[in-house]
Design a protein around this ligand. Structure first.
Ligand code: SF4
Length: 502
């Protein structure tokens, strides 16, 4: 191992604080497919960069070290020059010590020393920010820069677009950083030593999900439908607790284990290798009668809010798809997709109120749509009455599936995508370009806010991809209700299609 390979940076140090094995792969396999940012992660990076740029406008006269990150010596020299010349603030101030490279977001002159500020796009200061700031403070101090205060400048959850309050809030972390600082040199040494050796043996645990989900879970975590992580309702924390008890497989669960009804149904379905349907299903479906509508939203979610009254990272509906069953058994479809950067909520709400006016009930899957409609009541007060009437028609299909049906191929999940293939195998998303709501969200934001940077033909194609995706989500609900009716013994609706296996 070369010294070059064992060099650290601020981000590597933080990665190593989460898990040494994760750091080893990050350093030694930088081209690993797991480390290549997808559209969603790239968008997060881009939004973080945008937040950082806006934060700099708070420091008049600040000097940006605007050099490539691999021009390390030049960056260090430019930082020294800016400090010597008395710049009130230096952005991306760069230092190297202990074989560790850091670029400080804002280094601000304060009395006889400097205040170190880390800019984050989160809406609060988090524990994981402390080692992040501490390694910067340690390296700067080792380079002779006296750090007298440290803080995290994060987004302010009370801010409302366009100008209600301050977009940023500041949390002082001088105390926690000072408390962590003595650990930094030892941790740097441990990480460098580890990086000079073979892949370390690190048992899986809570660190695989905290502070952020590790991209290498697919390498470290056991696979298979029996894995305890596939028990319904078991998230990362409970999975780790089971593993610590030596329970790695659902079949390892002791007979005395306290399980809820959904989990018991899952165990029964797995043991029998078939779908389990509760006799209560038919009764649950009685509410899904009359002129039934099916509604699905796609949203945008931006760090720096874009439409009136919105807070940082608040979701806002920007697209909907709506199917409605007509008295003759056919289905009509209506859709809306925002266009241009202006507030899409008023035209979206108006189109949705029009489309759903004749429905007796409107089906959603989880309460996501209900939350969005409540937000729309505040954002579009002139349609608040109509939107409240629509809210009163909403009916959630998710608890019906969760309470009444389990197929072994659900693998413990009741998300629409996860239950769809086992229950409606003939309906897939495989012919679509966009198959994920998070990607849809990023693509909508791209279309709305940077459309001028996208060629016309690509814009048209992405719009169509989005329309296709959202339409498939509501059609999936249509087919799901049909299938549940069959399973519940009420085949009153046409087109039964293939039976689920099991
Ligand atoms: S999955 Fe867990 S053990 Fe494996 S590298 Fe990631 S954090 Fe470390």
């Amino acid at each position: 191992m070369t010294t070059q390979a064992a060099r650290l940076s601020k981000s590597r140090f933080v990665t190593g604080c989460q898990c040494h094995k994760l750091l080893w792969w990050t350093v030694h396999e930088p081209d690993a497919v797991e480390l290549q940012p997808d559209k969603v992660l790239q968008d997060l990076f881009d939004q973080g960069r945008q937040v950082g740029e806006v934060a700099r406008t708070r420091y008049p006269g600040g000097v940006l070290i605007d050099l490539p990150h691999d021009a390390r010596a030049e960056r260090v020299a430019a930082t020294r020059k800016a400090l010597d010349e008395g710049a009130p603030a230096v952005f991306e101030a760069t230092f190297i010590a202990d074989n560790t490279y850091v670029a400080i977001d804002v280094l601000e002159k304060q009395g006889d020393g400097y205040r170190l500020t880390e800019v984050k796009s989160s809406t609060s200061q988090k524990d994981e920010h402390v080692p992040d700031v501490a390694v910067q403070a340690r390296v700067a101090a080792a380079c002779g820069v006296k750090i007298t205060a440290a803080d995290v400048l994060h987004l302010n959850k009370e801010f409302r677009h366009p100008d209600s309050g301050d977009l940023f809030a500041r949390t002082d972390v001088t105390g926690p950083v000072a408390a962590f600082l003595p650990q930094v040199p030892d941790e740097i040494a441990r990480q460098r030593e580890m990086l000079a050796g073979p892949l370390p043996d690190v048992p899986i645990g809570a660190q695989c999900f905290e502070p952020r989900e590790c991209p290498f879970i697919g390498r470290c975590w056991p696979h298979g439908p029996e894995h305890i992580g596939n028990l319904a309702g078991v998230g990362p924390k409970k999975t780790v607790a089971y593993l610590q008890r030596g329970i790695t497989s659902i079949s390892d669960l002791p007979r005395t284990e306290k399980l809820n009804f959904t989990q018991k149904r899952q165990l029964k379905a797995m043991a029998q290798g078939r779908i389990v349907v509760e006799p209560t299903l038919a009764g649950e479906l009685e509410r899904f009668g009359g002129r039934l509508g099916f509604l699905d939203f796609e949203t945008i979610i931006r760090a720096i809010p874009v439409w009136p009254g919105m807070a940082p990272w608040q979701q806002a509906a920007a697209q909907f798809s709506y199917h409605e069953r007509q008295p003759d058994g056919s289905y009509t479809h209506a859709a809306f997709l925002a266009e241009g950067p202006q507030d899409a909520r008023p035209p979206l709400a108006a189109a949705m109120v029009r489309a759903t006016a004749n429905a007796s009930r409107v089906v959603m899957y989880t309460s996501f749509e209900k939350t969005r409609i409540r937000e729309l009541q505040r954002a579009v007060p002139e349609l608040a009455t109509e939107l409240a009437a629509l809210e009163a028609k909403l009916i959630d299909l998710h608890p019906v599936v969760k309470n009444c049906v389990y197929h072994p191929d659900f693998l413990g999940s009741f998300s629409l995508k996860d239950i769809l293939t086992p229950l409606v195998p003939e309906l897939t998303y495989s012919d679509l370009v966009i198959v994920d709501g998070r990607v849809a969200s990023v693509e909508i934001a791209r279309l709305l806010f940077v459309a001028d940077k996208i060629p016309r033909h690509e814009r048209d194609r992405v719009r169509q991809d989005l329309l296709n995706y959202c339409e498939r989500d509501t059609w999936a609900m249509v087919k799901l209700v049909e299938r549940l009716r069959e399973l519940g013994g009420k085949s009153g609706w046409a087109n039964p299609g293939a039976m689920p296996r099991g």
